[in-house]
Design a protein around this ligand. Structure first.
Ligand code: ARG
Length: 445
């Protein structure tokens, strides 16, 4: 079927992806950073990607190009796909009436041949498309999930995975082929069962402990109340609030609970991304991403006394995030009013008092915490704490774009830009005082 595909069009898919990716980057540094980060984990542990049947139906080419691109840069994700719409159609054609109990598809014995045929066909169409796009993929339509019947009486041939044959998956991934799995399982006796796609992903994620879990959907992310894609969710600080919010639909609650459950089973460094196939490379290889990134995240604490703070770790964070250390004596002399510090010292805001104002002395977010929403979470707590906030930043600091969005006013000199927010007006004297403050970081060399 892919025989008609010429070499030229193979390259085109990947080339388009590269062009699209490059057009969203300021420089090649981001892509190199992410590439080395993703390549640093075992091949088969890079990512589990879940693809719904609707995406295979609606965006097979975008999906295949994205997977082929990952292979071009040496990454082989493990792909699990469903086939909901395809199954609905095929079962309808076969005259088998669809029935659901607790959201799970009831699978009568008579449906099994149709399920097998449909999922295998969907599986092969994805494998073919990846190959046509110049990638390497291995069809693994069954054999990976050993399953137990959930409730034969009520649900029929539906299985809950009890064991995952990782060797089948890992062998393909190590050979540089993306294993493409369908949600079919077998009982210990070898009886074929239908496995719910979420349950399959959960079992696979538990067994593989991947660095990323990626959901490819048509919507391309979780939506906020205005219908915009929510860029990042830090579960430690946002989860309860989101579940309680009136604009979060029942479907989104279930999705969040499922993600929470997946992340609770993974190391802190792992994350879940929800995006659409054509945005996958941008999501993976840029700081800003293109979709929703969910992490277990870190709690942020408010500390006041230096004795409560691990000053060495704070110093290390500042040095890492500004690329140069604080001047000698800085930490001894600084009078901390309020320090918001993330659990693992990856982001912090430190303030001191300036009359009725709060002066933001340092706002530091470590490089590998960018894009995950941790800095924004610290910032939100900061502005809630300090309604009258003033700060300065080097005029060439790339973070200033964010500051301009957040401030109510700013004054720029060639060296410093002073920003403020709040009801009270700033005076010239205050600005002069702030401009006159000594530098707190070593000069750039
Ligand atoms: N590329 C980075 C990653 O995959 C950051 C992505 C940020 N994404 C977002 N939707 N905020 O880890």
């Amino acid at each position: 079927m892919n025989q008609t595909q010429t070499g030229g069009s193979k390259d085109n898919g990947v080339r388009q992806t590269i062009v699209q990716l490059l057009s969203h980057m300021r420089d090649g540094k981001e892509i190199r950073e992410y590439l080395s980060r993703f390549s640093g984990v075992d091949q088969e542990r890079f990512a589990v990607i879940k693809v719904g049947g609707a995406v295979i139906r609606d965006d097979l080419e975008g999906l295949a190009n994205a997977l082929a691109f990952l292979q071009t840069v040496g990454l082989s994700p493990v792909v699990v796909h469903g086939g909901g719409p395809q199954l609905d159609a095929a079962l309808g054609d076969a005259g088998i009436v669809e029935e659901r109990v607790d959201g799970l598809r009831v699978t009568p014995d008579a449906a099994i041949p149709v399920v097998r045929e449909t999922l295998t066909t969907a599986n092969l169409s994805l494998v073919d498309a990846v190959r046509a796009a110049g990638g390497q993929a291995a069809a693994v339509p069954s054999g990976v999930f050993e399953a137990e019947l959930v409730d034969r009486e009520r649900l029929g041939r539906v299985g809950e995975p009890s064991r995952v044959r990782l060797d089948l998956v890992a062998a393909a991934a190590r050979a540089g082929q993306a294993p493409i799995l369908a949600c079919l399982g077998e009982t210990a006796e070898g009886c074929l069962v239908n496995v719910n796609a979420d349950a399959a992903v959960r079992a696979l994620v538990h067994a593989l402990q991947p660095y990323k879990v990626i959901f490819l959907t048509g919507t391309g992310g979780l939506l906020d109340q205005t219908g915009q894609i929510l860029s990042a969710i830090n579960l430690a600080t946002d989860y309860d609030e989101l579940l309680a919010a009136d604009w979060v639909s029942g479907g989104m609650q279930l999705k969040l609970q499922e993600i929470h459950r997946l992340l609770a089973d993974l190391p802190l460094s792992s994350s879940v991304a929800i995006t659409r196939p054509t945005e996958l490379t941008r999501e993976l290889f840029t700081h800003a991403g293109a979709g929703t990134l969910v992490r277990r995240g870190e709690k942020i604490s408010a500390l006041h006394a230096k004795a409560e703070i691990d000053m060495d770790r704070l110093d290390a964070l500042v040095t890492r995030s500004f690329g140069r250390p604080a001047v000698t004596g800085y930490w001894d002399q600084v009078k901390i009013d309020h320090a918001l510090i993330s659990e693992n010292y990856r982001a912090a805001a430190i303030t001191r008092r300036m009359g009725a104002w709060t002066y933001l002395d340092k706002f530091a977010v470590q490089d590998d915490a960018r894009g995950e929403g941790l800095g924004r979470a610290v910032w939100r707590q900061l502005i809630a704490y300090a309604p009258q906030l003033i700060w300065r930043s080097r005029t060439d600091n790339p973070v200033n774009g964010f500051y301009f969005e957040e401030c109510d006013g700013a004054i720029r000199t060639s060296e410093w830009t002073v920003f403020w927010r709040g009801e009270l007006g700033v005076t010239d004297a205050m600005i002069a005082d702030i401009l006159a403050l000594p530098a707190t970081l070593e000069a750039v060399t």
